[in-house]
Ligand binder design. Sequence first.
Ligand SMILES: [Zn+2]
Length: 294
Amino acid sequence: MDKIIRCITSDGAIMASAIDASDIVFTAKKLHNLSRSATAALGRLLCATSMMGNMLKQQDAFINLRVLGDGEMGAVVAVGDSRGNVRGYVENPGCPTEYYRSGKINVSQAVGRNGTLSVLRDYGTGDPYIGQVELVSGEIAEDITSYYATSEQIPTVCALGVLMNKEYGEVMLAGGLLIQLLPGAYDEAIDRLEENVKKLEPVTTMLAKGMSILDICKTALDGFEVEVLDENPVNYVCGCSREKLERYFMTMSDDDIRTMADEKGVAEAVCQFCSKRYTFTKDDLEKLIQEKNA
Ligand SMILES: [Zn+2]
């Protein structure tokens, strides 16, 4: 079961969040039949989105991250709620996979180095705050760091990883770490954190060693007294339903609703986030029109 944790140093200088999202990324790959590069890109974005969503305090708040580069991947999209539950998709799930010489998947090439990372935060008011930065590398973690530095002026360290079985490409481990300096950060704390970060191993390496997400935060915050703010399970959750879809259809014109049906008189909608199929017969659509105009 996946878990997310938020910690703070007791001197109030640094916040750290870590996630084990192995099941979430495994689920995403299966739902969307993702190639290896698409699994790595969406998996990393899901980890980041979960940690960023989990920082939102308002219960109804949600966050939407969208990476759009000039590579073959097309858009990579993830949505998270304030508990850290996430869902997402990529435009081209079959995106070809290239490797760096080290054997690592070249996510940068698949996503593209030129493009944008957009972050939309809705605090449950329906009046979202939107920030956007140019991509730094398309490797996702560096782009998240750049977003915080540029758009929010918060010094941030972000590490994201997806480990796949070399032979079959199955997701074995996925996780992330997000460290932020708080307004109470002082020079000595910053220096110590920098030293810790230099020594940090990749998140999936630490998970593979059997380290818990708390162990990972404590390693990143070595030398500080660490307090756990909260730790809770997280899942791949899609909130789609037939009722929500019907409500959406009812915002359309009568003609637009009628033209959705094909020659056989059936309209089919597939959820982008979980691939669930919803079918509506001509009669279903006529009933919706009647209800709408009642
Ligand atoms: Zn869905």
